[in-house]
Design a protein around this ligand. Structure first.
Ligand SMILES: C[S@@+](CC[C@H](N)C(=O)[O-])C[C@H]1O[C@@H](n2cnc3c(N)ncnc32)[C@H](O)[C@@H]1O
Length: 222
């Protein structure tokens, strides 16, 4: 048995639907212990910008898709109700730890596949996916699920890396893509095609983080 071989609960086995989802879950079972160190500070300005731009009102219901180690949990206003879902039990364990340590009381955590959300249509006011769309096997399927569970007039917010408009950068992203998929990350996802297929109309798209290769995409469900 390898040092990092994940031990899976029966709940995890039931949630994992495909080999691809199984692979992604495996990657994050291994990454859980080092995630905050490696992907914490560098990607944090984008997380802060995203939550500010959500303009969450008291009592609003927020769904965070792929909440990971719960790095965003303390950033939400305390008077909204947050549901965080993730595929990986190890990432969720870290999130539970963090929520407990920080005394966060308005965030509930559930193990779930973003491609098959167990919520009724129109359940949430805000549906947010930070740094998730490039790691799921079916980005369009996940975005459609996000749209389904968002109420009419609600906000769907995606923070993610998409293929650059710069020709050289786009070429590099395409070249490295066959390699990055091995760590569960698609580096050359095309934003306009993704939005069109997911039937999402952006209200705003802005670049965040340094370097500014990450996009904060805000859509409303009409
Ligand atoms: C790059 S991390 C982002 C974590 C966090 N949102 C952040 O801001 O750092 C991607 C997360 O998405 C989760 N994930 C990947 N595929 C998923 C799926 N199909 N359903 C739910 N979560 C998934 C991973 O387990 C991981 O925790």
């Amino acid at each position: 048995m390898s040092l990092f071989e994940p031990t899976r609960s029966p709940e995890t086995e039931e949630i994992l639907g495909s080999d691809a989802a199984d692979f992604v879950a495996g990657v994050y079972e291994k990454l859980a212990s080092v995630y905050d160190l490696t992907f914490g500070p560098a990607l944090h300005p984008g997380r802060v910008d995203a939550i500010q731009r959500m303009r969450i009102k008291p009592g609003e219901r927020v769904l965070e898709v792929g909440i990971g180690t719960g790095i965003n949990a303390p950033l939400y206003p305390s008077d909204c109700l947050v549901t965080g879902i993730d595929l990986s039990s190890s990432m969720l364990e870290k999130a539970r730890d963090r929520v407990f340590r920080k005394g966060v009381r308005n965030v509930r955590l559930l193990q779930m596949d973003a491609a098959n959300l167990k919520f009724a249509d129109d359940t949430f006011d805000v549906v947010y996916a930070p740094y998730v769309i490039s790691v799921v096997p079916d980005p369009v399927g996940v975005a459609r699920e996000m749209r389904r569970v968002c109420r009419f007039g609600g906000r769907i917010i995606i923070l993610n890396h998409f293929r650059s408009k710069n020709t050289l950068m786009a070429w590099i992203e395409r070249i490295i893509s066959p390699f990055t998929v091995h760590i569960g990350f698609k580096s050359d996802l095309d934003l306009p095609a993704f939005l069109a297929q997911a039937e999402l109309e952006p209200v705003s798209i802005e670049k965040v983080n340094v370097p500014r290769i990450w996009s904060l995409v805000i859509c409303t469900k009409d």
